[in-house]
Write a protein that binds this ligand. Sequence first.
Ligand code: ADP
Ligand code: MG
Length: 269
Amino acid sequence: MSDPSRPSSAKIIAIANQKGGVGKTTTTINLGAALAERGLRVLVVDLDPQGNSSTGLGIEPGEREYTSYELLLDDVPLNEVVQSTAQENLSLIPATVDLSSADVELVSNEKRSFLLHDALRQPDIDFFRFDYILIDCPPSLNLLTVNAMVAAHSVLVPLQSEFFALEGLSQLMLTIREVRQSANPDLRIEGVLLTMFDARNNLSRQVEDDARDNLGDLVFSTVIPRNVRVSEAPSYAIPVLTYDSQSKGAVAYRALADELLRKNAKLAA
Ligand code: ADP
Ligand code: MG
């Protein structure tokens, strides 16, 4: 029987916000881990030269022979750049600092915005049969982020529950609109996710109210709390779901995965 939570081909989600430190990498790793825990086959694409999602998933710089750079710019096929991680069903295309020059190198490339789109649609991808591909974007609206948005079906936007959280969002929405017009008319917004939420803090609640007033249903019901276990997990190079399975952070990321699966099952119906 076909499982409604399992897309018929990989669903590609870009996790983007040009602000640094808002929870893009944390969300990529832990939403990926939560979906994988549910039995879905997940690929994380690290598209940030800082390589934080690669480190956070336990792939050391020395183990990153082929990376998203080679996938985009050297035509290295998918089966050589995809690595498995310690968690079942969770694979990774790592990144290294090499990727920081890609933005400049891409400019002169005729297909500069479509390189990731094309790379993720190689026949090889069928061999892996991924259900979800999560792209961890750099903290910038550069060509790498545009590649992610052109390749993706949707964009998930983490918002840190802090003052100025909504600032910069209009720039991000403008970029999404431009990508729709120029390259990817069907690009959707998967949702806006409040991260590092502190219920005891008035400011956090104010940001949540503002976000829900302005963005309505686009905001996920699930909110990710600020939780020290979430920030500790990367130093052990594992998702918080593995590091402390019952922590508030792990529970919240599982709830996010379930909310996302419910939404997508509804869309598919
Ligand atoms: P980005 O990828 O957007 O730059 P990160 O995911 O790296 O942001 O998060 C920035 C910092 O905040 C990291 O040190 C991370 O461990 C920490 N962090 C992220 N989410 C949480 C959370 N829910 N609770 C506590 N710390 C968090
Ligand atoms: Mg990051």
